[in-house]
Design a protein around this ligand. Sequence first.
Ligand SMILES: [Zn+2]
Ligand SMILES: [Zn+2]
Length: 49
Amino acid sequence: MSTDKKCAHVGCTCPAKSDSKYCSTYCEDSAGTTTLTCDCGHEGCADKL
Ligand SMILES: [Zn+2]
Ligand SMILES: [Zn+2]
């Protein structure tokens, strides 16, 4: 049993907030958009190319 829910955003690797499917409002707002990169700003998740 894992307590680490991953953010439901397809391009996001952050753990989701305990009260949400997403890690941030950014991911919540962009959930309907198919983006390969996440720009939620969390450490280790930003597009660092
Ligand atoms: Zn993210
Ligand atoms: Zn996220």
